[in-house]
Design a protein around this ligand. Structure first.
Ligand code: CTP
Length: 417
């Protein structure tokens, strides 16, 4: 019942009408056994009183960066050091902007800047403020930095407008906190995921690319992160938002992708979902190739790109415990995939058929759903057609099982020796 027993939460209540919901959140968190210490910003104190916050948390409420007594007793650095999670609810547009830009001109922003703990924000503001490109760009930056977000929800606002901007309900926030603090299957693991296409430059404006949307790779990065892993996503150019809580590194070419993957090591798990270009133009011109200067169409000779999956799967040192490749095949699926598993030196291959289906539509690239096969060294499993998100969740579950089995085998070996 007390799923947060012994956990310490630092709750920052910033200015907004939704601050009243923070009181209920304190009650729910304490009901689950968590200790809650609160910072009430100047804005927040216009909506709820320090007395209510203190009565519910049964702790002193902190508000002033320059309070000699507070600093003597606790110190703003210790406030974050002693917490397991920092929750900002409501997170006003102003505090989100401060957090994004590293401002530290009050207690809340200073504590956030000095934080070495995960941060969960619950944005709450007027829909126009939420939709403003400034807020959206701040939110994207924070997500890319690994700040977790819960809400906002859509609905009627206190200001009379309707739209996105309502703070999530306290019960939903409690679930988000539990999601962050509960031990998860892949907690403590680092996962490397590649996603999207690569672009191989012909000249500054032209490139050789492919149809990969990155949807499957990005979904896998999200699913592994939700399963508790720290995830580094190395992505080619895609039109997708960065997955929340995932460190996303953008690259263009196969060679850049390999470099970024090497930089991300060591990793426990590596999933290579990117559609890496097998070849690149042998020469990439630094000026645009002009039609008017050429007597005929240019000959483009190609050079083979490094194989990222094979390189990482065959590393002597730093080989991840579980290396998973992808295969896109148009024919002889099982035979080709089994051969590919050996050739690449990986542990599993997730295979799918690409190319047009009976109605002439592409089967996998850019689609929302996918039908895949999981090829391990001993099995070849047919997975039913499902959304890319569902496939990602199932794969994360299988990875967690496999890693769990590895761990148990390791512990058995350690006991024997
Ligand atoms: N891959 C990679 N680096 C490359 C090419 C592919 O890491 N230069 C990875 C992909 O991310 C995928 C797997 O290898 O996980 C399979 O890629 P695929 O293109 O199907 O295999 P190829 O070896 O290129 O074989 P073929 O094109 O002959 O099917």
């Amino acid at each position: 019942m007390h799923s947060l027993k012994g956990k310490k939460i630092l709750l920052i209540i910033s200015g907004g009408i939704a601050a009243y919901k923070a009181l209920e959140l304190i009650r729910l968190l304490r009901g689950e056994g968590a200790g809650v210490r609160c910072i009430l910003t100047e804005g927040g104190s216009h909506f709820v009183t320090a007395l209510s916050v203190s009565a519910l948390s049964e702790e002193k409420v902190y508000s002033d960066l320059w309070s000699l007594t507070d600093e003597a007793e606790m110190g703003h650095i210790r406030l974050s050091r002693e917490a397991d999670l920092i929750v900002v609810a409501p997170a006003s547009a102003d505090l989100i902007a401060k957090l994004t830009h590293g401002l530290a001109n009050d207690l809340a922003s200073t504590v956030l800047l000095a934080a070495d703990k995960p941060i969960l924000i619950a944005p709450a503001m007027n829909p126009q403020m939420w939709n403003n490109p400034a807020t959206q760009s701040n939110i994207a930056t924070l997500r890319a930095r690994g700040v977790f977000q819960c809400g906002p929800e859509a609905g009627d606002m206190a200001c009379g407008e309707t739209g996105w901007g309502r703070m999530s309900e306290p019960a939903a926030l409690l679930e988000a906190v539990k999601g962050q603090l509960g031990r998860k299957a892949l907690s403590g693991m680092h996962a490397l995921v590649t996603s999207g296409p690569t672009y191989e430059a012909i000249d500054p404006v032209r490139f050789i690319g492919n149809r990969s949307s990155g949807k499957q790779g990005h979904a896998i990065a999200s699913a592994l992160s939700e399963a508790g892993a720290r995830v580094t996503l190395v992505s080619g150019p895609v039109a997708l938002p960065d997955p929340a809580g995932v460190k996303t590194v953008y690259v263009e070419s196969a060679r850049e992708m390999l470099e970024a993957c090497k930089q991300a090591l060591p990793a426990d798990i590596a999933v290579f979902a990117a559609a890496v270009g097998d070849w690149r133009p042998s020469v990439s011109k630094d000026r645009k190739i002009k039609k008017s200067n050429a007597s005929s169409a240019p000959d483009i000779t190609l050079t083979e790109n490094p194989d990222i999956l094979h390189t990482i799967a065959t590393l002597k040192k730093e080989r991840p415990r579980l290396v998973i490749g992808f295969a896109a095949e148009t024919e002889n699926l099982e035979k080709n995939v089994r051969a590919k598993l050996k050739k690449k030196g990986c542990d599993w291959i997730v295979a799918n058929e690409v190319g047009p289906d009976e109605s002439g539509q592409e089967k996998a690239f850019g689609r929302e759903s996918n039908q895949v096969y999981l090829c391990t060294r001993s099995d070849f499993e047919h997975w039913p057609k499902a959304s890319k998100r569902e496939i990602a969740l199932k794969l994360a579950e299988r990875i967690a099982q496999e890693i769990g089995d590895h761990e148990q085998a390791r512990k058995r070996r350690n006991k024997k020796s």
